[in-house]
Design a protein around this ligand. Structure first.
Ligand SMILES: [Zn+2]
Length: 66
């Protein structure tokens, strides 16, 4: 069966369901944040800073209060 919307996969970082599709540059992760977290897990092994897994430029809509 052809499905151009991609296959549903679970994000390796947060287990959230997302589409494994060329439209998702972070596949199989759900987002850039989860991809960076996972990359940091193995690339930075032994040199991890607890509590700093989330990039500072992560956009929290609630933080945007002008
Ligand atoms: Zn995720």
């Amino acid at each position: 069966m052809t499905n151009d919307k991609g296959q549903i996969v679970s994000c390796p970082t947060c287990q959230k369901e997302n589409r494994y599709h060329t439209d998702n540059p972070f596949r199989p992760f759900c987002s850039e944040r989860c991809r960076l977290i996972d990359l940091g897990e193995w690339a930075d092994e032994g040199h991890r800073i607890p509590g700093r897994a989330i990039p500072e430029d992560f956009n929290d809509p609630e933080a945007d209060t002008h």
